[in-house]
Design a binder for this molecule. Sequence first.
Ligand SMILES: Cc1ncc(COP(=O)(O)O)c(C=O)c1O
Length: 434
Amino acid sequence: MAKNKFNFDTLKIRAGYEPKDHNYCVSVPIYQTTSYDLGGTQRAKRIVTYQENAWLYSRINNPTVDVLEKRVAALDGAAAALALSSGMAAITYTFFAIAEGGGRILTSPYLYGGSFDSFKSIFPRFGIKFDFSPNIENVKELEKEIKPDTKAIFIESIGNPLVTLLDIEALSALAHKHNIPLIVDNTVATPYLFNPFEHGADIVVYSATKGLSGHGNVIAGIILDSGNFEWKEAKFPQFYKKHYTLRDENAVKRSYLEVFKNIAFIGKARMDYLNYFGSSLSPFDAYLVLIGIETLSERLQKQVSNTKKIVEYLENSSYVSKVNYPTAKNSSYNELAKKYFPKGTGSVLSFEINGSQEQGQKFIDALKIFTYLANLGDAKSLVIDPFKVTHGELTNDDLALAKIPLNLIRLSIGLEDPDDLIADLDQAFKEALK
Ligand SMILES: Cc1ncc(COP(=O)(O)O)c(C=O)c1O
């Protein structure tokens, strides 16, 4: 089906899939195969020299996974996509491809704990250093932190766990002024609530484990490439370097830009990093994500509506000292929410319990409907204490930089009846704070 010819709700059901090309199956088939018959040596030569686009080996491409890639690309209007076996793989391959050979990434302290800790502890071992800027909300100050070897700015469109928002257009203008890409983790928002490309992002990453699939049954990740970023050779020589693996039919080496043109970034992430590091998404898992995406808008609409009711309850509760949600009355993000998130700011909120850390733990143990686990965006409502679990690797200094207090509790609101959820919170507060 032609990309971007239809509205979002049609694309989420149909983009990237033509039944007539798949034995007229109404449901996307699960191509459970490692490899594909090359059909003769002449065809094999055309395939390996990129003259013919074909299925080769399911570590690097697979028809079921391909539908998922095309579908999510269509939802955000991306030029190309790469699906991987987790959100962390999507984040990792993105930075390996952008900062190959070393470099710095300027980032926000308001991030998923696994991102924060891997940026701080793991990536530097590979020569990629992250600058967590407390000035991420002040673009003028932030500009002073761009160094000669800064290769990208990275943010979450809705920050985790404080539900922070940023002025994405201002950050994109700053990145582009310095010829570096803006990379946005759009996991919490999902393509339904926010399209980062429309506001100047160049690369978008998703943990499809969360709201995109939405049912807590699959781990998956996706990278999207706008196809618009111009990779300048001085900072990004990896896209200009000629490789034997990209040779033409006369065995002449070529670069990623020569072979993949405006989608050189996804080409490199697939043919270097997925190909050789191998975090492939299985066709069955791609199928589960596709099924989840079919109800993305409907789920998010109800989840946002439920979340707003719960925010209102918490704002009026004496058991709570602070509520973090961009449309909450006391939030400093009201204006950014209005500008960037007209359909709502998602199903994640956090709050500070009006009590000690121990009482926070008691509250969690007393909940009867909310499930205590490290995930978000599920159809089921979830609760977590970030400082212990999702951000448990952060030191006290990191927690202070990320502004995560010890009595912070994060909720991810699902599709249950909101009155039942509020009653559950209420009885747990009474139990914990009696
Ligand atoms: C915002 C965000 N990005 C990335 C990830 C990592 O995704 P995954 O768990 O699919 O590896 C998470 C996981 O919690 C997340 O919340």
